[in-house]
Design a protein around this ligand. Structure first.
Ligand SMILES: Cc1cc2nc3c(=O)[nH]c(=O)nc-3n(C[C@H](O)[C@H](O)[C@H](O)COP(=O)(O)OP(=O)(O)OC[C@H]3O[C@@H](n4cnc5c(N)ncnc54)[C@H](O)[C@@H]3O)c2cc1C
Length: 519
């Protein structure tokens, strides 16, 4: 299959890119693929909303920029922060023009508040912002004639000069993907390839990310020698619901603390006063580490989020999904605290890109959570990731139009690219081993590369990951490639990069915390 633009990932980043590109160049053929159904990815689960300066009486671009840089421990790129906060309002307007509705107070947008924000600036759709935006954009994309949607197809590898047997070239020509239903590997060639594959929280045992968030774009980019940066900045969300629901970790949005909920330890003490003046609304790294520290000193593996003192109507209106999930596990939030603990949530680093989302490989762009733009620094400010996806999707669309106009390749060129040269006809009886290795890797990362690390823990992690790598390699060489196996291969690569970049980090910043650097 050949297309002008191949977009791998149908979250907010991939979909808004496709819409932006279609507005600029309506005749461009765009092929969008997703690993599962179109909906499944981190965007669907985003509750809080999008951080955008909207009320210029109580807020300003400078304040939003300052909050972003304070959360990111000044490891952010200030120029990127500046243009992202300034371009936020026009991206929001576009999102509304595409059909999205956000909660209002009278005629104005209702603006929520979250940790680390000095003003109310979170635009939201109840506590289902991601789900609402995603369904709106999918409807809009489906109405476009230039867009083809291909579900249940998993990226295997990017197609680069390496596949043409050419040394020294540095351009991407599409990707090999594997279909979930018949496990056939397809060659998808394109003038421009967009990675919008989302996060990689699944490399950890406890994560707010859905099971598809395995860092596949990062793994494929790493194999193609594309530059990847800051993977050691893994953000843990302080308040995931304990216990899991149907094996998945459910997030209790930061907006609940923004609305005034308290964190209490098992003795009922509001412990954040011992850690930070901003109390429950301190940045996520501080709240997560504080919970981690409290849990070390008590019997229960969780603390409590208490919202019993809040107005019940407000709670019901603003947090219907959270209420329903708590009810599902038998918690009456008006009478008792919600048990919560930190879980891996967001990757601040990723595929390193420039101001237009271009990676270090020509023709390859990365947008959304799989990218590293410089916005987040060492810690992402709450609700800045949907904003980042929107702003960089628009920028990538503008730039990729120019790139295609200036660097077109003839169709005959793509015909030279070989079909996937894999071991298609050998047996595949190793699904159980793949599952076991995936679990081993998740436990290893949680134990040794979690909220707190040390030189020794990273060394142990490196050693044990090597064993998992060797076992995965053997499976890969002896078995037919399956979506599960290619996913495991990516999880191993991402874990390796997190460990390596953690070892290279020489000081504690933001979410990165090595006990050997304390004091
Ligand atoms: C529970 C939760 C709550 C959050 N709340 C907020 C919030 O309130 N505000 C905020 O700003 N951010 C929030 N975030 C973060 C935010 O949702 C994500 O960073 C953002 O949605 C990422 O969008 P994306 O388009 O980059 O990726 P995703 O939405 O994760 O989409 C990734 C896409 O890539 C596809 N894909 C992945 N691997 C492959 C592959 N190998 N082959 C083909 N396709 C593939 C998936 O199928 C999916 O379509 C939250 C995250 C979670 C998990």
């Amino acid at each position: 299959m050949h297309t002008d633009v191949l977009v791998i990932g149908t979250g907010l980043a991939g979909l808004s890119y496709a819409l932006q590109l279609s507005q600029r160049k309506p005749k461009t053929n765009i092929l969008l693929i997703s690993k599962r159904d179109l909906m499944e990815g981190n965007t669907k689960y985003a509750q809080g909303g999008i951080a955008v300066v909207s009320n210029f009486k109580s807020d300003s671009y400078a304040q939003h920029a300052q909050d972003t840089i304070a959360a990111g421990s000044a490891e952010n790129n200030p120029r990127v922060v500046d243009f992202v906060v300034r371009e936020g309002p026009s991206c929001l307007e576009e999102l509304i023009a595409w059909g999205a509705n956000f909660d209002k107070e009278g005629k104005q947008l209702h603006l929520g508040k979250e940790g680390g924000h000095s003003a109310n600036r979170i635009v939201h759709h109840k506590d289902q912002s991601g789900l609402h935006v995603l369904t709106t954009l999918i409807d809009k994309v489906r109405s476009l004639h230039n867009v083809t949607l291909l579900e249940k197809h998993t990226l295997v590898d990017l197609i680069t000069d390496h596949h043409l047997g050419e040394q020294g070239g540095n351009r991407c020509y599409g990707a090999y993907v594997i279909s979930k239903d018949d496990e056939k590997i397809l060659k998808l060639t394109a003038q421009v390839t967009i990675l919008s594959t989302g996060g990689a929280g699944q490399v950890y045992e406890n994560t707010t990310n859905p099971s598809a968030a395995t860092g596949d774009g990062l793994g494929a980019a790493y194999r193609a020698k594309v530059r990847i940066k800051n993977l050691h900045y893994v953000q843990f969300h302080p308040t995931a619901l304990y216990p899991k629901i149907d094996g998945a970790t459910f997030l209790i949005s930061e907006a609940v603390r923004g609305a005034g909920a308290y964190l209490r330890n098992e003795k009922g003490v509001r412990f954040m006063e011992h850690y930070d003046d901003r109390m429950e609304l301190a940045p996520r790294d501080i709240v997560s580490r504080s919970i981690y520290a409290e849990v070390q000193q008590q019997k229960h593996p969780f603390v409590f989020l208490d919202l019993s003192h809040l107005d019940s109507k407000t709670v019901r209106d603003q947090f219907p999904t959270i209420l329903a999930s708590c009810q599902q596990v038998g918690i009456d939030v008006f009478k008792e605290g919600i048990p919560v603990y930190p879980a891996a949530h967001y990757f601040c680093g990723g595929i390193d890109v420039d101001d237009h989302s271009q990676s270090s490989m020509a023709g390859l762009y990365a947008i959304g959570e799989c990218s590293h733009t410089g916005l987040h620094g060492a810690n992402r400010l709450a609700s800045n990731s949907l904003l980042e996806a929107l702003v960089f999707a628009a920028r990538a669309a503008a730039h990729s139009v120019e790139f295609m106009d200036e660097n077109p390749l003839p169709n005959s060129f793509f015909e030279k690219i070989p079909q996937w040269n894999g071991t298609e006809d050998i047996s595949n009886e190793k699904n159980e081993s793949i599952q076991n290795l995936r679990k081993q890797l998740q436990t290893l990362m949680a134990q040794y590369v979690g909220i707190e690390k040390s030189h020794q823990s990273l060394e142990v992690a490196e050693d044990r990951l090597h064993d998992i790598y060797m076992a995965t390699k053997a499976l890969y060489q002896e078995n037919k490639l399956t979506p599960q196996l290619t996913t495991l291969r990516n999880m191993v690569s991402v874990s390796y990069l997190i460990i390596k970049q953690s070892q290279e980090a020489k000081e504690n910043k933001g979410v990165f915390y090595n006990l050997d650097y304390v004091n």
